[in-house]
Design a protein around this ligand. Structure first.
Ligand code: AMP
Ligand code: MG
Length: 289
């Protein structure tokens, strides 16, 4: 599987600058990849059907990236293959004032899907160690002095630990959390921003604030690398995917979804002998009707 080389589970360090943003290194052919994506989408649908029927395990895909890396389009194209009944998409925006009155995982817990479902988090609690850390937003939070007066490094080290613990907690409670970082190059981001400005149908996707964040591109790369290394684990791995070509990103995401759903070994519930006998009785009744 192509996605394997982009998987980080804590056993090896992730060096973002050495990882590709495009598909060249994988020497793939676009036409073949498109065909394979289609077949993965079909496989995903049938695996998801059994997962939903069984209702034993919940699966959460966390999508993280800088602006214009393709989070929205990944949700649309790849997850569109799943049965909407068992899919929840949740976009994490700037916290509301009510959310800020609580711990940072409060809103995440509220967004957890029931077991048997697949949730896609478009951004997530990782923003609480990314944008928050980069802009020192925690300084303006209404929290006890003993918390705010702590050394900044310590504050975020604790958050990394809380995230690791939370993901382990979810795993132990029959959830799987798989994190995906869409690794976009600075040049491709520029191209996509220009397109958003030039195409009226894409204007709504652009905001001047996006340029302020772009100015911090390198700082974000460093921080993402730290966050990935701090939170990659066997039970909750990160995938760092090349994101400059959307067709290839979509393919890799479809591989990850298939692999993750397979690892849940979903199987349709089997009826007990008693229930099967009752079904046979119903069948006979209907036929004689
Ligand atoms: P978008 O994904 O383009 O709709 O933008 C959502 C915005 O909300 C991004 O700029 C995120 O950085 C921001 N955001 C999400 N979660 C948080 C958070 N916990 N604290 C501050 N900003 C956040
Ligand atoms: Mg945006």
């Amino acid at each position: 599987m192509k996605c394997e080389r982009y998987r980080f589970d804590g056993s090896k360090p992730c060096d973002l600058r050495k990882l590709p943003c495009d598909s060249k290194a994988d020497r793939v052919e676009k036409a073949e990849i498109l065909t394979r994506t289609e077949s993965n989408l079909k496989e995903m649908a049938s695996l998801h059907d059994a997962l939903y029927a069984e209702g034993r395990e919940g699966v959460i895909f966390v999508l993280q990236a800088l602006d214009a890396a393709g989070k929205d389009s990944t949700v649309k194209h790849v997850m569109g293959g799943l049965n909407p009944q068992g899919v929840v998409v949740h976009s994490f925006k700037q916290p509301t004032s009510e959310e800020l009155q609580h711990d940072f995982l409060w809103r995440v817990n509220k967004a957890l899907p029931p077991r048997g479902s697949v949730a896609i988090f478009n951004r997530s609690y990782y923003e609480d160690v990314l944008v928050v850390q980069l802009h020192d937003l925690q300084k303006s939070y209404q929290m006890a002095r003993r918390v705010l007066e702590e050394d900044k490094k310590k504050f975020f080290r604790k958050r990394y630990r809380q995230i690791r613990d939370y993901e382990e907690y979810l795993y132990d409670n029959s959830y799987r959390v798989v994190k995906i970082f869409l690794h976009l190059s600075k040049e491709e981001q520029k191209k996509r921003f220009l397109e958003r400005i030039e195409k009226p149908s894409k204007n709504w996707k652009f905001s001047a604030a996006d340029l302020r964040e772009r100015a911090l591109f390198d700082k974000y790369q460093d921080l993402y690398q730290e966050v990935i290394n701090e939170t990659a684990s066997e039970y909750s791995p990160w995938y760092v995917l090349p994101a400059d070509q959307k067709w290839y990103t979509r393919y890799l995401v479809s591989e990850i979804v298939v692999k993750t759903l397979k690892s849940c070994h979903p199987a349709y519930p089997r009826l007990s002998e008693e229930a099967q006998a009752a079904l046979a009785q119903c069948k006979k009744q209907l036929k004689d009707d």
